[in-house]
Design a protein around this ligand. Structure first.
Ligand code: NAD
Length: 284
């Protein structure tokens, strides 16, 4: 099973990063989003991301132009009709993803593999609403995609060996290090990472220290390259909340309950870097 044309649904933080990684490795990419403004922002992010790689001599200006030339965009799902692989990176919302998987299953050629970049939703559940459950795989990239080596590859209960192997080969071809994970709420990295961030938000909410101090402590005391609250801002507070809700509902264990301050920040629209404000400010 070989992939030539790859579709990406969602041009947000992850969708544009994944599109960039694929196009830079020579794949034809079709990137779609419901919002043209998100596509424009996504293309600008890809251009800026390539510029950073050119500056660090990881890519030439000609490579950048070629990569951008391999990305087509559309606000219509029908533009994905001839893709061999589809990587879904739309908003983390179960109902939205179930609907998308039904639509994509109808649209894509029979041989196509459907992958989801979901941080926490059950791959088995997404696969079950399609007629190609054996060709559904979780392909969980990390943010920022250009910098992070890991891709968690998640097998649903129904995933076939050939589909898994094809996606694994693709991950290696774009220079990533895939690790296999059994389908389970939050998979591995978020199962460990998101409760740590959530605990930092509890500490902030209880007034133990300021956001800057909590981040400083974890950098100096635990040798983390970035504090947990700054990391939450980078991930997106809505995404952090969605992961905690999936862990809480998936395990029915109160240790995963989202911190009240996290819920309130999302209610306020303080989503982190992407909205200009989270635990830190990015709008000045
Ligand atoms: P984002 O909010 O930056 O982007 C989501 C995009 O999906 C938006 O542009 C939105 O317009 C678009 N969208 C919504 N509904 C759509 C539809 N029906 N069709 C097409 N596009 C649609 O979110 P993100 O951070 O890029 O997250 C996307 C996915 O990646 C989520 O499943 C998330 O859990 C996962 N993920 C996020 C991170 C992270 O650090 N942000 C890391 C790994 C995985």
């Amino acid at each position: 099973m070989e992939f030539n044309r790859i579709g990406v649904v969602g041009a947000g933080t992850m969708g544009n990063g994944i599109s960039q990684a694929l196009a830079a490795s020579g794949f034809e990419v079709v990137m779609t989003d419901v919002a043209q403004a998100q596509i424009d922002r996504g293309l600008a992010a890809i251009s800026g991301g390539c510029d950073r790689l050119v500056k660090r001599e990881k890519m030439t200006a000609a490579d950048k132009a070629a990569a951008l030339g391999r990305i087509r965009t559309s606000t219509e799902l029908s533009a994905l009709r001839d893709c061999d692989l589809l990587i879904e990176a739309a908003t983390e919302n179960l109902e939205l993803k179930l609907k998308l998987f039904r639509q994509l299953d109808e649209l894509l050629p029979e041989h196509a593999v459907l992958a989801s970049n979901t941080s926490s939703i059950s791959i088995t559940r997404l696969a079950a609403v399609t007629k190609r459950a054996d060709r559904v795989v979780g392909m969980h990239f990390f943010n920022p995609v250009a910098m992070m080596a890991l891709v968690e590859l998640i097998r649903g209960l129904q995933t076939s060996d050939p589909s898994y192997a094809a996606v694994e080969a693709l991950a290696r071809r774009i220079g990533k290090s895939p690790v296999s994970v059994r389908n389970s709420p939050g998979f591995v990295v978020n199962r460990v990472l998101c409760p740590m961030i959530n605990e930092a938000i509890f500490a902030l909410g209880e007034g133990l220290a300021s956001a800057r101090e909590i981040d400083e402590e974890m950098k100096l005391g635990a040798n983390h390259p970035m504090g947990p609250l700054a990391l939450a801002d980078l991930i997106g507070l809505d995404v952090e909340l969605a992961v905690m809700q999936v862990l809480y509902e998936g395990f029915k264990d109160p240790k995963y309950r989202p911190a009240p301050l996290l819920v309130e920040m999302v209610e306020a629209g303080y989503l982190g870097r992407k909205s200009g404000r989270g635990f830190h400010r990015y709008d000045q």
